[in-house]
Design a protein around this ligand. Structure first.
Ligand code: DSN
Length: 422
């Protein structure tokens, strides 16, 4: 047990919970984590998120608070916002949104009124719940209209996007999503938003680290607002940021507080500041490019093994695998891979005939394994494990899954995870 040694106060006060933390550390250390929205934060980010900043209320913004005692918190928040502005080259940054969904809700609050039309990519096509999908508040309180990708190419159909935008005249258009393996064409969206008179929002939650590291084009010159979580490729704590042109700063800030939220989570703000500092280093640029190189190598190795990939490959950190031809539903494959020590999530594929809770695909990505130092030379093995795991899922071969798990654990043991005690 490393728990009592690495978390002594927690182990003394609550051994049961300390044991669970230790178990999660072991799980994250021993498995191959391929969920593209996850990562390993550094020990420094972990430390910052567990500080006495936890103890402070700070409703308002630096220099304009509703509570006293902000001598230090104001400096922490200014540090985070200044670093975000410098890293992404934006006029204004708000680091207070609790996570991605509240951040996107704040955007609607800033630019739309209930009943207004809003537009985004349909969830089953690779969008996000908060881009106006029906079961989300954003598709209930607003009139969500949705675009998708072409059936033949798996790519965004900009003729469809333009026709829809000009017909529906949405107040807000979201671009970006959660299962998009290809480069987002921000200039094309910007031209359409301009024609339609809509506010354009780039949700770069998945690719923020790639943008920061120069491995994906930046939306900043093209869009009105950038929304992002901080815990995916950006490798920060669970949190979010909204960044925008100066003209929108007041509307965005008012929407986050007092529009939607109360006191910011200052410990998270501190950890975001650390992550942004880390992301400004040249080593992070290397990391971002390696994430993409690894994903491309993984996609090529999967194609070699006959897998069907949405859009035929990847430009970024993720690969969307359609398992229809393998005769295994996405959920059964994901659960079997989990037993093999390979953590993925089941995912819809465009035009999926199956239901979202048991869809046809799985989504895999390279941010976490790249944080552990795996390179393109390892991707053939990763593809082989996925192939063997899917075959074992089809045949119900638990011995084969156990054999993969041992091989995965062996590789992982040679690549320690950042932030996790050995
Ligand atoms: N849940 C996130 C993802 O996994 O992509 C999106 O919010």
């Amino acid at each position: 047990m490393t728990g009592p040694l690495t978390h002594p106060a927690l182990a003394a006060a609550d051994p049961e919970l300390a044991g669970l933390v230790t178990a999660e550390e072991r799980l994250q250390a021993e498995t191959l984590r391929l969920i593209p929205s996850e990562n390993y934060v550094s020990a420094a980010v972990l430390e910052a998120s567990g500080t006495v900043l936890q103890n402070k209320y700070s409703e308002g913004y630096a220099g304009r608070r509703y509570y006293e005692g902000q001598q230090v918190v104001d400096r922490v928040e200014r540090l985070a916002t200044d670093r975000a502005k410098a890293l992404f080259g934006v006029d204004h940054a708000n680091v207070q949104p609790y996570s991605g969904s509240p951040a996107n809700l704040a955007v609607y609050l800033a630019f739309a009124r209930p009943g207004d039309t809003v537009m985004g990519m349909a969830l089953p096509m690779g969008g996000h719940l908060t881009h106006g999908w029906g079961v989300s508040a954003t598709g209930t309180w607003f009139r969500g209209v949705q675009y998708g990708v072409r059936r033949d190419t798996g790519l965004v159909d900009f003729d469809e996007v333009r026709d829809l935008a000009l017909k529906e005249r949405p107040k807000v258009i979201f671009c970006g999503g959660t299962a998009l393996p290809r480069t987002i064409d921000f200039p094309a969206f910007a031209e359409i938003a301009r024609e339609a008179g809509a506010v354009l929002v780039a949700d770069i939650a998945h690719i923020a680290g790639l943008v920061a590291g120069g491995a994906h084009p930046s939306p900043v010159p093209h869009v009105d607002v950038v929304s992002t979580t901080t815990h995916k490729t950006l490798r920060g704590p669970r949190g979010a940021m909204l960044m925008c042109r100066g003209e929108h700063a007041g509307a965005i800030d008012r929407a986050v507080f007092p529009g939607l939220q109360g006191g910011p989570h200052n410990q998270t703000t501190a950890a975001i500041a650390v992550a942004l500092h880390e992301a400004s280093r040249s080593s992070f640029r290397d990391y971002a490019h390696q994430v993409v190189a690894n994903a491309r190598a993984l996609a090529a190795a999967l194609l070699d093994r006959g897998f069907d990939l949405v859009s035929g490959g990847t430009d970024n950190h993720l690969v969307l695998i359609d398992l229809t031809g393998r005769g295994v539903p996405g959920k059964a494959a994901a659960k079997a891979l989990d037993r093999a020590g390979i953590v993925v999530n089941h995912n819809t594929v465009p035009y999926d005939p199956r239901k979202p809770f048991d869809p046809s695909g799985i989504r895999v990505g390279t941010p976490s394994l790249t944080s552990r130092g795996l390179g393109t030379e390892h991707m053939a093995a990763v593809a082989e494990w996925i192939d063997r795991g899917v075959t074992a899922a089809h045949g119900g071969d638990e011995d084969a899954l156990a054999a993969i798990r041992a091989e995965v654990a062996d590789l992982m043991a040679r690549h320690p995870a950042p932030g996790i005690p050995a």
